[in-house]
Design a protein around this ligand. Structure first.
Ligand code: C5P
Length: 223
């Protein structure tokens, strides 16, 4: 059987829609690099808060993000963002970061600072001999990789999403983040053209991943 070409899989969706567990499991099944872009926005938010900045301090935020020294560390199958050589820890899941991240993520300079970095993850995946890349976020299929080989959009009932977050012991304003992420001017959360939408409310993780794999392997075998 011929070797499958390097593939890019984009998975978008709202907060707690199941993107992370789906992407992580898919990365294991198909030997892809897993890139969680939400963790990038969270790491930047934690760093800006550490510097005492608020999303309202636009010029200061713009100046800071333009010079943040980003790097990437591959741990297992995951790409971790380094800022100044340091990978952020659990603080990126704190209540403070949950409350601020969508406000910082709506600032065009923050998104611009991350654009090339996110696209550069394809080179990281190739360097580490992965068979491709699965990137999760809000604008992956629409803005970061509009030519991705496969685009998926995950959805789930709001009650189920709140239950999932609570079971992780997290205080998270899911609906407020979705409202801010969907209504911002730059790269809003949206179902990308041509994406396959999957409602995971009544599906197990395995069932969701099986659907993705079926589509990826089905198309790959027809190439
Ligand atoms: O995926 P997660 O919920 O961890 O993302 C945290 C926040 O980062 C989102 O609510 C959103 O504001 C921002 N984000 C984004 N674009 C992405 C990924 C995340 O704006 N591609």
């Amino acid at each position: 059987m011929p070797e499958r070409p390097f593939i890019i899989v984009a998975i978008d969706g709202g907060a707690a829609s199941g993107k992370s567990s789906t992407s992580r499991t898919l990365s294991e099944r198909l030997h892809l690099l897993h890139v969680d872009t939400g963790s990038f926005y969270r790491a930047i938010t934690a760093e800006l808060l550490r510097r005492g900045l608020s999303p309202a301090d636009l010029p200061a935020v713009q100046a800071a993000v333009a010079t943040l020294p980003f790097g990437t560390r591959v741990e297992g199958r995951s790409a971790r963002m380094e800022i100044g050589g340091r990978v952020a820890g659990d603080e990126i899941r704190s209540r403070e970061v949950n409350e601020h991240v969508s406000h910082f993520a709506a600032i065009p300079a923050v998104r611009t600072a991350l654009l090339a970095y996110q696209r550069g993850q394809a080179a990281v995946a190739r360097q580490h001999q992965f068979k491709g890349l699965v990137m999760e976020g809000r604008d992956i299929g629409s803005v970061i990789f509009p030519d991705a080989d496969f685009r998926f959009f995950l959805q789930a009932d709001p009650v189920e999403r709140a239950r999932r977050r609570a079971s992780e012991g997290q205080h998270d304003s899911i609906s407020e983040r979705d409202r801010l992420d969907s209504s911002r001017k730059t790269s809003p959360l949206t179902i990308p053209a041509g994406a396959t939408a999957i409602d995971s409310t009544h599906l197990t993780l395995e069932q969701v991943v099986d659907r993705l794999v079926a589509q990826i392997e089905g198309r790959a075998s027809r190439v």
